[in-house]
Design a protein around this ligand. Structure first.
Ligand code: NAD
Length: 309
């Protein structure tokens, strides 16, 4: 049980998956970084005469994420070639390679069905002993693996990194009802001692601890702002640098998280809440949904509450 993590696989190469892979590579754990196969060519790929079958196209999402990571190595404490320890790939061609790793981390969109489908694909390639975790912001850990075997469920848990994963020290670990306590302990020790995180064990309740409180705070701020006509700049002025929190002003945070992800996370509590009197606090304002419908997702799309410089 006390084996070390010699190699990992991160599935989903977006904001969080790429950051988690970078953090693992920074501490010396080589990892695969897998994402979906693109359904369309970019103008540049088209010009080069590539088809959708070209490996550069099939691996584009993860390869592009690694290229972005190379530009953002956060600290002189980390070596510059950390990105060489990340191998990009796609789920269709490379998922079978997870049989060679000790830890698989699911980091795809915040949607129960998408995560369930992916986990059943992972289980087909899984070998007993490999730990599998989800970076979900708050979806039920138990529900995600409800259709998987008991053997698989013993090795499955939530490992919730915070954004940006290389900077944020907090990490929530969420056992499911069937998770082996020895695996929980092993992951706690690994995350604290190897990844340098401050681990909080959380129960499998909607949005766990941090996002139950955090989502509530953000939504109350938004609702008060709309009701009282505060501006984005005013709210960020009083919730950011002036409060000694240079990087966590309300709307800067929402842009960093991604407004699409934020809606999914808030909606998860809204749908699963048992106390009806609490429900209204978790309703996402229409203003946010219209921004998402317009493609204003935050930093990842170049426009959110702020235009990315
Ligand atoms: P993102 O939108 O940046 O990236 C999601 C990635 O998943 C994309 O690269 C997409 O191509 C890939 N993907 C989507 N469907 C897939 C599928 N079926 N199979 C494989 N890949 C698929 O999202 P993110 O912000 O990185 O969030 C990922 C997870 O981490 C979510 O569960 C989210 O709730 C959680 N999380 C997000 C934050 C945050 O601040 N954004 C913080 C903590 C946890």
């Amino acid at each position: 049980m006390n084996k070390s993590i010699r190699k990992a696989a991160v599935i989903g190469s977006g904001i969080m998956g790429s950051g988690i892979a970078a953090h693992l590579a920074n501490v010396g754990i080589p990892c695969l970084l897998l994402d979906m196969v693109p359904k369309e060519l970019t103008a540049e790929e088209d010009k080069k005469g590539y088809t959708l079958e070209h490996p550069a196209v099939r691996n584009r999402l993860a390869t592009g994420a690694i290229a972005r990571l190379r530009k953002t190595n956060p600290s002189p404490l980390y070596d510059d070639d950390f990105a060489d320890r990340i191998t990009p790939g796609n789920l269709e061609d490379h998922l079978s390679q997870i049989s060679e790793v000790d830890w698989v981390i699911e980091v795809v969109v915040e949607n129960l069905q998408v995560k369930k489908d992916l986990l059943s694909q992972i289980e087909r390639q899984w070998k007993p002993g490999t730990i599998v975790s989800s970076n979900t912001s708050g979806i039920s850990i138990q529900e995600m693996v409800a259709d998987c075997s008991e053997a698989f469920q013993k090795y499955f848990l939530g490992t919730h990194f915070f954004n940006p994963p290389r900077y944020m020290k907090l990490l929530e670990i969420i056992p499911g009802t069937k998770t082996d306590p020895k695996i929980v302990q092993q992951m706690k020790l690994l995350c604290e001692n190897v990844l340098g995180k401050g681990v909080v064990l959380a129960k499998d309740t909607p949005n766990f601890i941090a996002n139950r409180i955090g989502t509530y705070g953000l939504l109350i701020t938004l609702q008060q702002m709309l009701k009282n006509g505060f501006t984005v700049e005013e709210v960020d002025a009083v919730t950011g640098p002036a409060m000694g929190r240079p990087k966590s002003a309300t709307f800067r945070t929402l842009d960093l998280v991604g407004l699409d992800t934020f809606i999914h996370v808030a909606d998860n509590v809204y749908r699963n809440i048992t106390d009806e009197s609490e429900k209204a606090a978790f309703a996402t304002p229409d203003a946010i949904s219209s921004m998402v419908a317009r493609g204003w997702l935050g930093e990842k799309s170049g426009q959110g509450f702020y235009l990315k410089q």
